[in-house]
Design a protein around this ligand. Structure first.
Ligand code: GDP
Length: 366
């Protein structure tokens, strides 16, 4: 009997006509080369920002963050020209240890404040992280709803650097955002130390997010972070955690009694809430609104902003002097040697410092 495979009817073995080999390069892809962005002049930047053009605002922020001197020159001019349009916002600092629920909370806080209209910019200060490693705001999905909201602008922390430098860039970014019509600014920071001081020096209201029963209560007191807070909110007051949160609220309230009265005359409230379940959010913002009415009436609002401007003037001078000193090639060549001499008790710290400073001043005269 003939084998079925040899039968002409056996279609499975028929060789079908092939198709032409497709081109190895996608014919629809126009160009691999990145499109070179047209360079903008200072006035083009300023005009774009004042019109609220987000692309131009983002590019200006990139200039502010750049370490290239030519970028800094343009950035400083843009900032100066934007200054008259800035200042008309409420600036709120939001701090808490990693895991406290900052991103979850900022997402719901943001949606809450945007209900009444206006525009919200969320900035960050995180000197410890590099953007490539995912800075605290690097991953926009952390604020899922705000990230896609048309009235919000989320910008990660400037890349790692000295705290002063990172903070100054964020402060300058605030000016640009305000000029672009953002009337609400959130500045997020990780609650692990000095960055709070930097945030405190650029916001009108400092909100501290705490968790119940982590021992943070006492750490916060020690570091003086609680002293800076204009409001303390205990997150994750949901499910079985409600009781613990209430207990923490009582503890924080009594701890606050030991602090000296604040310059503003405002007594920081302690509230509990749940960012995840959207409980108690309105109460937090009612408290913040009340604060703004209070400090605008008693004059503390303007006083604090003036003090902050003064602080940033000195900070900027300090930063420039430090940079100029430590980046001077002659000083860079001497530093290690002097450090070793101090370590081996060949020189006292003061003599070594004086020698370095004298050299620096002589170099400046050349
Ligand atoms: P961040 O590191 O301070 O930004 O904290 P996240 O917002 O990323 O939150 C850290 C973790 O806590 C996440 O797993 C959140 O889902 C969770 N979380 C945040 N807010 C709440 C809350 O109100 N209740 C509960 N139960 N969990 C929350």
């Amino acid at each position: 009997m003939e084998h079925p495979e040899n039968n002409k009817e056996y279609k499975g073995l028929a060789v079908n006509k092939g198709i032409e080999k497709p081109a190895s390069v996608n014919p629809y892809l126009k160009s691999h080369r990145p499109v070179m962005k047209k360079k903008l002049s200072v006035s083009e930047y300023v005009e774009g920002i004042v019109k609220g053009d987000i692309t131009i605002l983002s590019r200006a922020v990139t200039l502010v963050e750049s370490v290239l001197p030519e970028h800094q020159v343009i950035a400083q001019e843009v900032i100066e020209k934007c200054l008259p349009y800035s200042g008309h916002s409420i600036r709120v600092g939001i701090s808490g240890v990693p895991g406290a629920g900052k991103s979850t909370s900022i997402d719901v806080f943001g949606l809450h404040v945007l209900q009444k209209g206006g525009k919200l910019a969320v900035l960050a200060i995180d000197p410890s992280s590099e953007r490539s490693k995912g800075s605290i705001l690097g991953d926009k999905t952390r604020m899922e709803q705000l990230a896609v909201h048309p009235a919000s602008f989320i910008r990660p922390s400037p890349a790692a650097g000295s705290l002063g430098g990172v903070a100054r860039k964020t402060r300058e970014t605030i000016i640009l955002c305000e000029a672009a019509g953002f009337d609400k600014i959130f500045v997020e920071t990780v609650g692990v130390g000095q960055s709070e001081t930097a945030v405190h020096s650029m916001v009108d209201f400092f909100l501290l997010i705490q968790l119940a029963g982590t021992g943070d209560e006492l750490q916060g007191i020690k570091r003086g972070i609680m002293e800076m807070a204009d409001g303390i909110v205990i997150n994750k007051a949901d499910g079985t955690n409600i009781e613990k949160a209430k207990l923490a609220q009582t503890q924080f309230r009594s701890a606050l009694h030991f602090f000296p009265a604040s310059d503003s005359g405002w007594i920081p409230p302690v509230l509990t809430y749940s960012g995840f379940y959207n409980i108690g959010i309105k109460e937090i913002w009612d408290m913040i609104d009340k604060y703004f009415v209070f400090v605008k009436e008693n004059g503390y609002f303007d006083h604090r902003r003036n003090e902050q401007s003064k602080y940033w003037m000195y900070e900027t001078i300090n930063e420039h002097l430090r940079d100029s000193f430590y980046h001077h090639p002659v000083i860079q060549g001497m530093l290690k040697q002097k450090e070793n001499q101090v370590l081996h008790s060949e020189l006292t710290s003061f003599v070594a410092a004086k020698k370095l400073l004298d050299t620096y001043y002589q170099e400046l005269k050349k």
